[in-house]
Design a protein around this ligand. Structure first.
Ligand code: NDP
Length: 452
């Protein structure tokens, strides 16, 4: 990048900050992408003339709404819900719904922006969106969650549709919440359409959707290692989170011969030096999905393992690391420690888990580093196939879908390699590759539409 590009980039980011006050996560996501895109579009006049990056970084719309519900004690509770529709140049808006007290418009705008590139990378016709509410499902009864989901959908239904915007799950939104929301959509509209993905198998869901994000992240890591003649076999792996993505990433890492040393939740992390095997992982899934307990319980159930309250797992020496909990859970110091301890590969199951300083540290170290928008795209890819199955009113077999997931992750990997390499070097900058490969398809579709 030359000096004038730097000035251009700084001005661009200053503008994004000015237009989005108090939205640090959104600015961070745009900056990470812009650093690569500015360089790439330097000599591509049309993208400049048509202000393509500026337009992708301005959501098509962001709606916010009040969500009232009644708790089990009869108290009236008020939450805020949102749907951010970032860009539908290449297909209907698509992206998850997050229920967590930390949800803000900034968080959802960053997620919708990232989703635009991720969905493009899958090769499927899906635009980018994201939604959610500052509702905490933890500690709520099933009926409280149901009443909240029904109230949320009572507004959301106006903004979504099988050919308009197709939400899915994310943090705090699993099959229970999707079921309640789909039921309410159907009740209000009297239509049985593929308006949500991640549905139960009885009512239009796709096989392997639940597993796809975590499995896909492990496949992406495997692809990066294979390219340099290495594998996951026998390697120590540190994983954060203990939800849908983390547990399924762990499952596939174990399948591929890796040793999983850690899992975490918002309370802290557990370290099992013997390795979390398939049996222990099944115990964790039951703890989280059925008993809705805390990861701390693992250390009591399995002597020899330890619980570290209030800490993240990045100081545990490992060869491979998979951040699978949430955004900004791995900072610059964590990244440098991982590298110093011999970590050679990172695949992000979560969205933007590494802060900008951490991203720069991984890039400088020249290790294999896959950003979430590439590594965790397996989930939305199978969601895209759930949409196809719903439209055609058919269900594909598990073996077919497993194969499609493997091929999709390989395709995303190869697209990153195509755009992330540089002359005279074997090293691939997967962040750059993902940003550019994701950008080009959306940008070219936008050019075709003119100024809209
Ligand atoms: P889950 O709700 O199933 O699990 C989230 C996990 O992350 C839990 O272990 C949770 O702990 C932990 N966590 C959440 N917030 C924090 C926090 N602030 N600090 C520390 N730990 C935290 O969500 P998913 O597994 O579905 O999502 C995890 C990540 O993967 C997110 O970034 C999501 O956007 C991303 N993702 C998910 C996809 C999917 O298909 N589900 C698709 C692509 C990306 P606790 O239980 O204590 O809250």
């Amino acid at each position: 990048m030359n000096v004038s590009d730097h000035v251009g980039l700084e001005q661009f980011i200053a503008g994004v900050k000015k237009r989005n006050p108090g939205q640090p996560e959104f600015v961070q996501a745009v900056q990470e992408v812009a650093e690569d895109i500015f360089d790439y579009i330097r000599d591509k006049v049309e993208y400049h003339e048509y202000q393509i990056l500026r337009r992708i970084a301005e959501p098509d719309r962001a709606v916010s709404f009040r969500v009232c519900w009644e708790d089990d004690k009869g108290n009236i509770r008020v939450q805020r819900g949102w749907r951010v529709q970032n860009n539908n140049a290449i297909g209907p808006y698509k992206g998850g719904i997050r229920f967590h007290p930390s949800v803000t418009e900034s968080v959802l705008k960053f997620l919708a922006f990232e989703q635009t590139f991720k969905n493009s990378l899958t090769g499927l016709p899906m635009g980018g969106g994201k939604g959610g509410a500052n509702f905490n499902p933890k500690g709520k009864s099933d009926h409280e969650v149901m009443r909240f989901c029904q109230s949320f959908m009572t507004e959301l239904f106006r903004h979504v549709g099988a050919d308009v915007d197709v939400p899915a799950g994310d943090i705090g939104v699993g099959s229970r919440e999707i079921g309640y929301m789909f039921g309410q959509y159907k009740r209000i509209t009297n239509q049985f359409t593929g308006v949500l993905t991640g549905k139960g198998l009885e009512y239009g869901g796709s096989l392997i959707r639940t597993e796809a994000t975590g499995y896909g992240t492990a496949y992406f890591l495997q692809n990066m290692l294979q390219r340099v003649g290495d594998s996951i076999e026998g390697k120590d792996c540190v994983i954060s989170g203990s939800g849908n993505v983390a547990t399924h990433a762990a499952e596939k890492i174990i399948d591929l011969g890796g040793k999983v040393l850690t899992l975490s939740d918002s309370g802290g992390f557990i370290h099992d030096p013997e390795g979390i095997d398939a049996e222990r992982l099944a115990w964790v899934k039951d703890l989280k999905e059925t008993r809705r307990g805390r990861i701390e319980a693992y250390a009591k159930a399995f002597p020899g393992s330890e619980y570290h309250a209030g800490r993240r797992p990045w100081a545990v020496p490992c060869a491979l690391a998979l951040p699978c909990a949430t955004q900004n859970e791995l900072d610059g110091a964590d990244a440098r420690r991982l590298v110093a301890n011999g970590c050679i590969g990172i695949a992000e199951g979560a969205n933007m888990p590494t802060d900008l300083e951490g991203v720069h540290a991984f890039k400088e170290a020249g290790i294999l580093y896959a950003p979430g928008k590439a590594a965790n795209a397996g989930g939305v890819a199978i969601s895209g196939l759930e949409m196809s199955q719903n439209s055609a009113r058919i269900s594909w077999k598990e073996a077919e879908l497993q194969q499609l997931l493997v091929e999709t992750m390989k395709g995303i990997h190869d697209r990153c390699v195509e755009h992330g390499g540089s002359a005279g070097s074997e090293h691939i900058d997967y962040v750059r590759g993902a940003n550019i490969a994701g950008f080009v398809k959306v940008a070219d579709a936008m050019l075709a539409y003119g100024v809209v």
